[in-house]
Design a protein around this ligand. Structure first.
Ligand SMILES: [Zn+2]
Length: 75
């Protein structure tokens, strides 16, 4: 019985990594996702969730955090 994985060592190269998993239609199973900031809106930030395995977008989310937007606004 072998316990090795053929993938080898995986290094986390992402700055933003969430442990949560989402179902990826391309991989046909739940995969760990990487969150990417897509848009900064007055109403909040829009995030894109990418499958860490194939890179497909598997979801998006808008939060209510307007701090980032106010930082970007010229005074
Ligand atoms: Zn995938």
């Amino acid at each position: 019985m072998r316990d090795e994985r053929s993938h080898g060592a995986r290094r986390p190269d992402y700055d933003e990594f969430e442990a949560s998993e989402l179902f990826c239609p391309k991989c046909r199973q739940a995969q760990p996702v990487r969150r990417r900031l897509l848009l900064v809106l007055p109403s909040g930030n829009k995030y894109d969730y990418l499958c860490t395995r194939c890179g497909s977008s598997v979801g998006e989310k808008v939060d209510d955090d307007t701090d980032a937007f106010s930082v970007l606004r010229p005074k």
